[in-house]
Design a protein around this ligand. Structure first.
Ligand SMILES: Cc1cc2nc3c(=O)[nH]c(=O)nc-3n(C[C@H](O)[C@H](O)[C@H](O)COP(=O)(O)O)c2cc1C
Length: 193
């Protein structure tokens, strides 16, 4: 069976609209993929400080980084779910990505000093919900642009953003309708992935 890594940065846990949407979409993908979840709402790798940096150089990568990095590098599809926070996503996701960006783990250096991604996946699916009306791909959507840059580094050719906007600009009834429609659309998208 194909392998899928699900990076869950939905900090609000079971309350999270992004998480509910992602879970419905993953339900479709579970027909064709074996799913490994990395739950960043309960796992914080921390920022790379001077101590950690030195330890990485002297001793090597920590076991968690190696385990998660290998999962990411060998996955056929990567799904990231994260609410839109402060024009991108919760900081724990940035910290986790920082840990995953190590030579030999998700990319390598060529003899001429250039980078080469070593991840197998053809695609990253980025699922998000936004309180306001920021458009995917606009200069204010730093979530998509950052993940695109990381996927370039890791050798993953395509990032598909699936976003719901305006979640904080409507009544609860309108929100329920918006989320129901988005869930159907998301499921249909996953049937084709
Ligand atoms: C800390 C924080 C920062 C946020 N920053 C933004 C933002 O920059 N732009 C925006 O449109 N919405 C922002 N929001 C609103 C969320 O994007 C919105 O409520 C989203 O649907 C939350 O998803 P969740 O239910 O999965 O947590 C923010 C919410 C929080 C709690």
């Amino acid at each position: 069976m194909k392998q899928l890594v699900y990076i869950n940065a939905c900090i609000r846990g079971a309350e999270s609209r992004t998480r509910k949407l992602a879970e419905a979409m993953l339900h479709e993908l579970a027909q064709r993929y074996e799913i490994t979840e990395i739950d960043l709402s309960n796992y914080d790798p921390g920022c790379i400080t001077e101590d950690i940096f030195k330890r990485r150089q002297q001793i090597g990568l920590p076991e968690d980084d190696l385990r998660y990095g290998n999962k990411i590098a060998t996955a056929d599809l990567i799904v990231v779910a994260a609410p839109f926070w402060d024009m991108s996503f919760p900081a724990v996701l940035k910290a986790f990505i920082e840990h995953m960006c190590a030579p030999g783990l998700t990319f390598k250096y060529n003899p001429d000093g250039s980078n080469q991604g070593i991840c197998r996946a053809e695609k990253m699916l980025y699922i998000t919900t936004r309180g306001g009306l920021t458009k995917t791909g606009s200069r204010l959507d730093q979530g998509t642009s950052y993940l695109k840059a990381i996927c370039w580094l890791w050798g993953i050719p395509q990032v598909k953003t699936f976003a719901v906007t305006g979640t904080d600009m409507c009544t609860p009834e309108e929100l329920a309708e918006i989320m129901a429609k988005a869930t159907e659309k998301g499921r249909a998208l996953c049937r084709k992935l």
